[in-house]
Design a protein around this ligand. Structure first.
Ligand SMILES: Cc1cc2nc3c(=O)[nH]c(=O)nc-3n(C[C@H](O)[C@H](O)[C@H](O)COP(=O)(O)O)c2cc1C
Length: 185
């Protein structure tokens, strides 16, 4: 697939199944992630690759975090969170490891991590896989950081749920570029 085709046809899939990318394909996706724009070469990117029994660990982390965030949580909602990691056979946790820098605020470092995530989604799409980026309750808070044993400087900015698309792909919306673009010349 050429680059423009990959960009134009990427389509999030909420229903994901096996197969997942091989070790070699994962390595390619990580290499693509590491080409994200990165002001001052801070390298704020960290990825936690979760599959197989790792999904059970993530499920425990989600459940514990949900309980910490709401000690009176509805058991049905808790069950939903417990099952959340199993929505894909592979989950990649996007972690931003930021530092104080005179020219590069933390938000720029987090944006670089987001760009790395998008590079990975595109790489997986190019290799015939599918995915969806999710955030929800288990991003951007200290409770999930602690459950994932992250350092003080690290924060979860999202999750890439990855696998093979299960079912029919949704229709890609046809947006008009003029609704989004202002031209100065
Ligand atoms: C930062 C970010 C967080 C997101 N969080 C969620 C989420 O928690 N749950 C969800 O269903 N979609 C979430 N999405 C949206 C999906 O990833 C996806 O973009 C959306 O379903 C539209 O599909 P498309 O990417 O094929 O246009 C998020 C997207 C971004 C960029």
């Amino acid at each position: 697939m050429n680059t423009i085709d990959a960009l134009l046809t990427r389509n999030s899939s909420p229903r994901l199944t096996n197969p997942i990318p091989s070790e070699e394909q994962l390595e390619i996706a990580y290499k693509c992630a590491l080409r994200a724009p990165d002001h001052a070469w801070i390298r704020p990117w960290k990825f936690i690759q979760v599959s197989d029994q790792g999904l059970d660990k993530l499920s425990v982390a989600f459940t514990n975090t949900a309980k910490k965030l709401d000690s009176n949580i509805d058991p049905q909602i808790l069950e939903k969170y417990k099952n959340a990691p199993y929505r894909a056979p592979l989950v990649i946790v996007l972690v931003s490891d930021t530092k104080e820098h005179p020219k590069v605020p933390v938000i720029e470092q987090q944006l670089s991590t987001a760009a790395a995530g998008q590079n990975m989604l595109l790489a997986f799409h190019d290799m015939g896989f599918a995915g969806i980026w999710r955030t929800g309750k288990f991003s951007f808070n200290k409770e999930i950081s602690s459950e994932l044993d992250l350092k003080e400087s690290e924060i979860v900015i999202g999750y890439l749920y990855i696998g093979t698309a299960d079912g029919k792909a949704k229709k890609i919306p046809e947006l008009k570029t003029e609704d989004f673009v202002t031209v100065w010349k």
